[in-house]
Design a protein around this ligand. Structure first.
Ligand code: XMP
Length: 509
């Protein structure tokens, strides 16, 4: 496998992912990882990532020069390239002119290198750097240039040390993926036979060995991540795993039953479903402030979970569905820090467990989906869109009642059905109905009505930090509107939300 050493750059997650896309397994570790651990890892190659620092800054991450004597091929990217130059006696200088600081798409000239085998020499790359390598370390030759960078790439092929100032991992470097493949296959001699099924098999074996005959507890939400994590652990230790599924009554139509059916019937997992609808609705009665609603749900969720866990008694492990984008948020070099919050509101205090297991920590969302498919989890669950921990409570604007929730569930189910029927399901990243706290006058069958308005929200996004409203074709919207008005009582208006994020958020509360 390959080791990706994390120097804190913004594209680090992408590098790991590109390596796996080339069918090579990789670990991501902070750049501070001890050399002994690297030696023990039996890696075929090491990639140094980019990072925000300047090598001359006081707290800049450094690297033990001994790493270059291990005989393991190394590829440095951006900061990773500069740290190689710096450590091995070359020179890195601040880009004094606009020319030597490069940002964005930059023309690139490639010279002879195994990294660039089979490529067009006049190409382009994505640059993002303030400093640049101004003098090569001894034993290195330049293998690529840009207008501003005499050493846009350098190498010491005898020692198998390679460095590129640009970012081969981003799509804006058109031949970047081929460069990564050349490094993996030709320099590191990786076979490129790793598949998601190997991840699943290895993880199952690893979990089995480490858990032994001990007991494991998992909070199942019905979302993709916790579901895949639970099925993986179940595959490893079977009935030693108990899942608690807190049904707070704020799930989508039939969702609770579907989750129960999949986990109990299909996988024969020890599942405790806690039907806590009444408890949650009682706590939420009369509350209309969004933050207060969220807090009540988070706190109550923990309380219910703790009560159930107590009945089970002491366990050894708690499974969390943390995935790589969650991990990386804890910052560069901190990839090992365990996330301190659960998506519903926090880790339980009063549950007796010794350690947390996070089997999906290295995977991206689409890789988690691939693992889920590999494990035989049904398509509709594997492709489920994100659903907030507080559930429909933050989609009923204002005060919540059972009637409003049921009405929203029906409208939302119609919306989702029609989006799927139109074949738009995977091109829209999140879509749902919300119940506005507005009532308005309408006319139905010659009668005056004074009823609710449903808002439809549909967005396209990659990171959910920013989002565009999805341009669902009018005929599809028309059908959805007609069906909701005809099939859901007490709705006499359907509105389509055409606000992007920012300024709006995806959810309404
Ligand atoms: P906003 O509304 O902030 O939502 O634009 C961004 C994404 O986060 C989801 N979301 C949540 N997920 N617990 C969660 O697990 C929450 O409390 C929560 N609030 C919002 C939202 O559905 C969207 O995908």
């Amino acid at each position: 496998s390959i080791l990706v050493l994390d120097f804190g750059g913004q594209y680090n997650q992408l590098i790991a992912r590109r390596v796996r896309e080339a069918n090579v397994y990789c670990d991501v570790k902070p750049c501070t990882v001890p050399l002994s651990e690297i030696r023990a890892g039996d890696y075929k190659g090491i990639i140094f990532t980019g990072g925000p620092a300047s090598v001359y800054a006081e707290n800049a991450p450094r690297i033990d020069p001994e790493i270059f004597t291990l005989g393991i091929p190394i590829l440095g990217i951006c900061y990773g390239a500069q740290i190689i130059a710096f450590t091995l006696g070359g020179k890195v200088s601040p880009g004094a002119t606009a020319l030597t600081r490069e940002y964005g798409k930059t023309p690139l000239q490639l010279h002879d290198s195994v990294l660039f085998d089979g490529m067009i020499n006049e190409t382009s790359c994505w640059m993002s750097h303030g400093d640049y390598i101004s003098e090569l370390p001894k034993g290195f030759v330049a293998t690529a240039t840009t207008h501003g960078c005499p050493f846009a790439a350098m190498e010491n092929s005898k020692k198998k040390i390679y460095a590129v100032q640009f970012h081969p991992e981003v799509l804006h470097t058109p031949q970047g993926m081929d460069m990564i493949r050349n490094f993996l296959y030709r320099v590191c001699d990786c076979s490129g036979t790793w598949k998601m099924s190997s991840f699943v098999d290895n993880m199952v074996a690893h979990l089995r060995e480490n858990i032994g005959d001990r007991r494991v507890l998992c909070a199942l939400s019905g979302g993709v991540d916790s579901s895949v994590a639970a099925v993986l652990v179940h595959k490893a230790v079977g009935k030693q795993l108990t899942c608690i599924f807190v049904d707070h009554g704020l799930l989508r139509k039939n969702e609770g039953d579907e989750v129960e059916a999949i986990f109990k019937k299909q996988f024969d997992i020890n599942l405790i479903r806690v039907n806590a609808e009444e408890r949650f609705l009682t706590k939420l009665a009369g509350v209309s402030d969004p933050e207060q609603k969220r807090k009540i749900i988070g706190a109550e969720f923990i309380r219910v979970f703790e009560e159930e866990a107590k009945k089970i008694g002491s366990v050894d492990y708690l499974v969390q569905g943390t995935i790589y984008p969650d991990v990386i948020e804890s910052g560069p070099g901190n990839a090992a820090v365990i996330k301190s919050h659960h998506n519903v509101g926090g880790l339980p205090d009063n549950v007796d467990f010794k350690q947390i297991i996070e089997p999906l920590r290295i995977l991206f969302k689409d890789e988690v989906r691939a693992a889920g498919t590999e494990l035989g989890i049904p398509e509709n669950l594997v492709w489920r869109q994100p659903f907030p921990g507080p559930g429909l409570a933050i989609r009923v604007i204002g005060e919540i009642t059972k009637e409003k929730l049921d009405l929203l569930r029906d409208a939302d189910a119609i919306f989702r059905e029609e989006v799927a029927a139109a074949g738009l399901g995977r091109s829209i990243n999140q879509y749902f109905a919300a119940l506005t706290n507005m009532r308005s006058v309408g006319v139905m069958g010659d009668e005056r009505t004074y009823d609710y308005a449903i808002a439809l929200r549909a967005v396209t996004t990659t990171d959910f930090m920013t989002a565009d409203w999805a341009q669902i074709p009018y005929p599809v919207l028309e059908k959805i509107s007609n069906r909701i008005i005809n099939e859901v009582r007490h709705v006499n208006r359907v509105l389509y939300d055409i606000t992007s994020k920012p300024p709006a958020t995806i959810e309404y509360e």
